[in-house]
Design a protein around this ligand. Structure first.
Ligand code: SF4
Ligand code: SF4
Length: 407
């Protein structure tokens, strides 16, 4: 008998699915012919039904009704989902207030997938091999990051930089990917703070935010790292902490209070909110551009957009950079196509992530963009790889790096 405590808590969401199939087949009127689920489309539109929400919901109903049990054959389709949340945007049981069932009219698909992943882990059917390696690194006391780097290397990027001060009243939560894989972006962030004559502080001993553990379904591992990080932020004395990574931001703002069982004793911002505030206050002045206008598009990271509804602030920051001719991708905001890297897909199913990334790059090519910006290191990396694979001249970069070009 399998343990299904977590999906049982999502009973109302699962039973609310009416099997309409819109999450797999509905055409989105706002964007034209495009469908909803990036994974279903990348795997072949008529592929295995559990590759998209309706099929998975049907299986979960049968499990809750005791007709079948959780099994290994479900695992690949569960972990191939990028948890992008596009199904939630199109589902009538999420969006249509006129449909009122006595179960739930607010299916939160991503939370159902997370609950399912937790039950797979608790039944020993997951984590999958690549995810297990990342979790092992995260739990290793000499690392505390999924990349397997020594703990001490996490602050190496910051040595001697202006813009970082122990007396600052805001703290940066750097995450793991930026300081261990894309240091230049954090160096640029420190330059921006220096130019605005302000500073941020670093936490003495920041661990992983716990996103990888939560997405994979290992809540026990996540809890230990989250509680540690919350204590570190409290000890730093700040009332505001900001994240540069969209995944950290979602995890800190949405998941940490759930894991803690209480509101956080500090405010969590995304770096684009901080940059927007600097521009509003006039503390940051950008050089006028002498170059011809650059055609610039923005890719909404799922963790920032659909998950957290932060759509306008990143756009506002980009549009205020001198010399920017902003162009909207056809699939944008709540209708944005996922980059393909989220939900642990990049590490476990890299070919699938690459296929989805190329499809997303196509939107930027169609928009004739010269720059494609994003605010998530996974989106940026996956879309950069797509640009190389497609021999595209589009420059894919982080908003922070684009912003820093004009200092
Ligand atoms: S999840 Fe929503 S859109 Fe998909 S089949 Fe169920 S009710 Fe329809
Ligand atoms: S979260 Fe995204 S990838 Fe997963 S089933 Fe929904 S639309 Fe598909």
């Amino acid at each position: 008998m399998s343990k299904i405590d977590n999906i049982t808590k999502r009973w109302a969401d699962i039973m609310s699915c009416i099997g309409c199939g819109d999450c797999g087949y509905a055409i989105k009127p706002a964007v034209g012919r495009y469908l909803a689920c990036p994974v279903k489309e990348a795997l072949g539109g008529e592929s295995f039904e559990p590759n998209f929400a309706r099929g998975r919901m049907g299986i979960l109903k049968s499990i809750l009704e005791g007709k079948i049990t959780l099994g290994k054959d479900l695992v690949d389709s569960v972990y191939q989902c990028t948890e992008c949340g596009s199904c939630t945007e199109i589902c009538h049981q999420t969006q249509n207030p006129k449909i009122v069932l006595n179960t739930s009219k607010w299916i939160d698909h991503v939370e159902v997938w997370n609950a399912l992943r937790q039950d797979l882990v608790e039944n020993g059917l997951a984590p999958l091999d690549k995810h297990a390696k990342l979790l092992g690194n995260m739990n290793d006391s000499s690392m505390r990051n999924p990349y397997g780097e020594p703990k001490a290397s996490k602050q190496a990027w910051a040595r001697g930089l202006a813009g970082i001060s122990k007396s600052a009243d805001v703290a940066l939560f750097a995450g793991c990917t930026y300081p261990l894989r894309i240091k230049e972006t954090l160096v640029n962030l420190a330059r921006i703070f220096k130019a605005a004559r302000t500073s941020f502080k670093l936490l003495d001993d920041e661990w992983c935010c716990g996103s990888i553990a939560l997405r994979v379904g290992d809540r026990k591992a996540a809890k230990a790292t989250i509680i540690h990080d919350i204590e570190q932020i409290k000890a730093s004395g700040v009332k505001t902490v900001f994240a540069v990574c969209a995944g950290c931001y979602r995890t800190m703002k949405k998941d940490w209070p759930v894991v803690l069982g209480a509101d956080l004793p500090f405010q969590v911002l995304h770096v684009t909110e901080v940059l927007s505030g600097m521009l509003d206050k006039g503390s940051l002045k950008l050089k006028p551009s002498q170059d011809p206008a650059r055609r610039v598009a923005y890719h909404d990271p799922c963790h920032l957009g659909r998950h957290m509804k932060l759509y306008d602030i990143p756009r506002g920051v980009i549009m205020r950079v001198p010399g920017t001719d902003y162009v909207e991708l056809k699939r944008n905001k709540q209708n944005a196509w996922c980059c393909g890297a989220g939900g642990g897909v990049k590490s476990q199913y890299p070919d699938l992530a690459a296929t989805i990334g190329k499809e997303r790059l196509r939107d930027a090519i169609d928009a004739k963009a010269e720059f494609l910006l994003s605010a998530c290191p996974f989106c940026v990396a996956n879309l950069q790889e797509a640009a190389v694979a497609e021999k595209s001249s589009i420059r894919v970069m982080d908003i922070i790096d684009y912003f820093a070009m004009m200092l």
